[in-house]
Design a protein around this ligand. Sequence first.
Ligand SMILES: Nc1ncnc2c1ncn2[C@@H]1O[C@H](COP(=O)(O)OP(=O)(O)OP(=O)(O)O)[C@@H](O)[C@H]1O
Length: 776
Amino acid sequence: MHLYGPEYPISGKDNGATATRQIELAREQEYVTSLYERLDLLRDRTQRQLDGVLAQGGGGTHQNRSERDSFAGMYAERLARLWAVENGLCFGRLDNADHTSLYIGRIGLADDDQRRLLIDWRAPVAQPFYRATPASPMGVTRRRHLQTKGRKVIGVDDDLLDLDTLSDEDVATLNGEAALLASLGAHRTGRMRDIVATIQAEQDRIIRSDLSGVLVVQGGPGTGKTVVALHRAAYLLYTHREKLARRGVLILGPNLTFLRYIEQVLPSLGETDVLLSTVAELYPGIAATAAERPETAAVKGDERMVQVLARAVRERQRVPRRPIEIKLDRYTLSLDGRTLEAARNRAARSRRPHNEARAVFVRHLLNALARQAAKLLGKGVIDDDELADLREELRTEQPVKAALNRLWPYTTPQQLLLGLFTSRERLEYAAAELSPAERALLLREPPRKGEGWWSPADVALLDEAAELLGEIDPGVLRAGAWMAEEEQAAARAAAREEDSMQLAYAKEVLELTGLSEIMDAEKFAARHLGDEFYLTTAERAAGDRTWAFGHIIVDEAQELSPMDWRMVMRRCPTRSMTIVGDLAQTASAAGARSWERVLDPYVGGRWRVENLSVNYRTPTELMAVAAAVLPLVGPGLTAPASVRETGERPWAASPLESLPEVVKAEIVEGGRLAVLVPESLRAELGEAVTRAVDGAVAGPGTATLDAPAAVLSVAEAKGLEFDTVIVVEPDRILDESPRGASDLYVALTRATRRLGVVHGAPLPAPLAGLERRGDG
Ligand SMILES: Nc1ncnc2c1ncn2[C@@H]1O[C@H](COP(=O)(O)OP(=O)(O)OP(=O)(O)O)[C@@H](O)[C@H]1O
């Protein structure tokens, strides 16, 4: 039963019931108004507390300042949280069999006597709001959804769970599902919304599942995997705040547009300190934006690259068989093959990474050189102290330093990969297990000025290389003498950029906290940001390659390559993870085909899987078309069941040239529209549509989220949804990649209302039966 407010007039057939509903609405309004009054009061109080701290100014001891800053940070954060929950503060009520009622909302509120006024949706007592059913009412007689607009209650919608305990009047005001269906039928805005008011029972189980261990959430398109994963992040932060606030939560998504699409969900749930990232951004300081062929990315993602990189590092440690000479002012020293080999073996046996094992290698050789020098100086037998003195003397000699650098060079991950991928000889040495064709895919030109060189698939390789190479002593790194000249310039430029970023951040912090009047941003940056004092956990984690997160959520997880998984697992030694994906949607050639193969190497069968089976996005009529394509993806796959019908039938139109006109005609229907095209036609069709249709935008980029019409490749539309989708040349989408069938399935499942196909080439068999529209 839906109780409509004045903005939703209902038929006047039953005036008695209408009056009852109006009274009911007025009652709820009264309560909701009192909650907002409480919220306003808390905001005022917190603002005053913040003002009080800020009024103390910037003086005092370091300890005073740091205490003040952390109080200011705490109050500012609390204030931000209180402001974030303005919309939809309270969205539900539970009536219990013991005649008590609880109101459920985005945060918990209590009065000054600690009486609960509003329960946070994540609290255990709120669980029945999402889980109770007539078969298992969990002590609840009625679940009520409150619809609000601003601070006004505009509708009330009830689920009856225990008929016997309700009065006749109550029974007259009951219904279910209206809140969910109203939410699903709404126009899309280009940004994902939270679903806190309408979480379904199967989703709630996942959201509240244990923090520890690996949880796989498998589900077809539109089953809410992403939105559930985000609510799970909010739930875990609420329930394990202490643990997770320290170590942080990382959410990985497939691309930047997707991250922009989901970025408002957590703040709307009052959680701001979560790191959203793509795999391509996981190596601090590297912007991995270069495009490359999918076949190349597949080779880079292959597990055999572990061996390739290990051998590439060993190649840097090769020593000559012939003796080498080191000419000093007073004498000439020499190192024979055997000594070099012995030093190398000793360093290798230390099992330290390359840059750290260098100390072992160097020490061994310096000892050999010092003994030789003693002999040449006629010193006979020398003791340990004398040996040490000679060693240190030799260490500073330029020719000795040069020889050691040649024999065991300090190496950064960037240098290792650059050296490997730009040299046929090095590739042949290091990548023996790859076929000549695979090696050819890896070989490439050195970087050109102003051109991005690193691709997303390189990031996991850089990370692997960083593990094999280890840290370079910061003193050595700062001196930079071991770097080539252009690298030194790049390092200096990076340092300058970092400084200006810190300054910009300092200004932002000061403005936010109202301190800008009394504190100079430059001094503030020097004092606080230098020691990372003011950074949030997520910001600190973003800048640290070795950060270990408290929990990681991987969305569209089927796309990660084995090398990506190695990197992600290194970021989460406790293996507390939520892995969200759909194997039927795998597009990347290096992506997953089974969760066992992905996870068993790391957690040996100790992972649990939850399935989501209901599609909340795509109506039945559209899902039938997508389901027909599923057998092309693989045998035995089933499509999720849609939760609603719309009566809108999918259609097909020709010729291809009619596309701009078709888009113009469809755009009139309102909402957001996407034209999903094969990669090879993207430029051409993007141009044709944007020229003809006002406001249309061609991807990639986040501007496509806000445009009324966007032309995108299927990869760019991953994880997104639109009111209307037009899929172009499905036959070419199928043929264009080894996982073309998955791509087509993804494309056909992006619409929430309307679906059309525009084609020039014949339609693939599963789509041949589509209703024709206006063929010319
Ligand atoms: N309980 C719910 N109440 C309201 N809306 C919901 C609910 N569950 C899911 N939705 C909506 O359904 C749509 C699909 O959700 P989501 O994008 O999370 O699905 P997905 O499984 O990640 O899809 P895909 O794999 O196709 O990317 C979103 O608009 C989401 O808000």
